[in-house]
Write a protein that binds this ligand. Structure first.
Ligand code: FDA
Length: 308
């Protein structure tokens, strides 16, 4: 891992930096590159605009590691209301949640109940519930929650991270459930014993896992989602999907709002199902700094915003 990436990932966990940075006007200007705004209505307006350009969307409220179950309940209620709005406005919008935002650190049972309720509401709204994957200490608990959820609901998916050495085994254990999986490279600082340190190894792991997912989609119509901006990987996996005759509707690419927007439009025009993940909310600092860590050149956006 490069020094800049490693420093930025360390910075993303600093509460002091979060407090300093979050209240500065220049930081909010820089944030606009990756977020249409802090409020849910900003995200919904962006979702409507993207729908008109032919994109589906996934909405996520930022925030991690809560300190009370009441906060988790409030997050659940927020997403429940959002799913009602999605249904009423007929938006092609899914939601994506972090288990720690729904109380995983405090009570696995409470988190499971919130996920179950949101999965039910998502299905009723014609939407879909995605579960993000946080750092490696949460993988077992997150997959356990997903297994229970998948046994009860159709429209639920979970994220797997290609950088983790354990992921091929996790994928193999999930495939019998006909899962929906969103494969990503992985965004957290992990030790080399658990995660591939070199980008090349992560890319190779992504390609291998992607092929396995597509083979499963070709057999069983399970949904394979690739959450990446890596156009080479996308082209390669699309070619594999064509070879395997993966049925329509079983392959999607998800990208983040504000990253490679022109490519997102081009891929959608070329017939690929593309969804844009839109984040909103006030607790954006750790998430934002992880975006900088993915491409340290992004720090220049912050510097430019600082200079006005
Ligand atoms: P890579 O980093 O190789 O980038 C490929 C190219 O894309 C770069 O060369 C650059 O041009 C462009 N690019 C990538 N990131 C950029 C950035 N921040 N700014 C500007 N350009 C950029 N992670 C996780 O651990 N748990 C999760 O639940 C999720 N969820 C998730 C959902 C979705 C829809 C996406 C797209 C990503 C995630 N991630 C995630 C983040 C993921 O793990 C990864 O860190 C980023 O997607 C960056 O990796 P890429 O696959 O884009 O490749």
């Amino acid at each position: 891992m490069g020094i800049a990436r490693s420093l930025l990932l360390r910075a993303s966990r600093s509460r002091w930096l979060a407090a300093q940075f979050s209240r500065r006007a220049f930081a909010r200007r820089a944030l606009r590159r990756f977020m249409p705004g802090e409020h849910v209505e900003d995200a919904l307006a962006a979702a409507r605009r993207l729908e008109q350009e032919g994109h589906g969307t996934v909405l996520t409220q930022l925030g991690e590691n809560l300190t009370s179950l009441a906060e988790a309940e409030a997050v659940h209620d927020h997403y429940a209301a959002l799913l009602e709005t999605v249904r009423d406005r007929r938006l092609p919008t899914h939601i994506s949640v972090k288990p720690t935002q729904l109380g995983l650190d405090l009570s696995s049972d409470a988190c499971g109940r919130h996920l179950d309720s949101l999965a039910q509401l998502a299905a009723a709204a014609g939407s879909f519930l995605w579960i993000d994957m946080e750092d490696s200490s949460y993988v077992d608990r997150t997959l356990d929650l997903y297994r229970v959820l998948r046994s009860r609901h159709e429209r639920v998916g979970v994220c797997l991270q290609a950088y983790l050495r354990r992921t091929p085994a996790d994928l193999a254990s999930l495939l019998p459930l006909l899962p929906a999986i969103r494969l990503v490279k992985g965004a957290y600082a992990e030790p080399a014993a658990l995660a591939f340190p070199a980008k090349r190894e992560v890319d190779q792991a992504f390609a291998r896992l992607g092929r396995t997912m597509l083979e499963a989609s070709a057999r069983s119509r399970s949904l394979s989602v690739f959450g990446t901006h890596d156009l080479q990987l996308i082209a390669m996996l699309r070619a594999i999907a064509a070879d395997l005759a993966v049925p329509d509707g079983c392959l999607e690419v998800h990208m983040l709002y504000g990253i490679r927007s022109a490519d997102q439009q081009r891929l959608a025009r070329n017939g690929l199902k593309v969804r844009t993940l839109i984040s909103y909310g006030q607790h954006w600092f750790p998430w934002y700094v992880r975006r900088l860590a993915e491409r340290p050149a992004n720090v220049w956006f912050v510097v430019r915003a600082l200079l006005g």
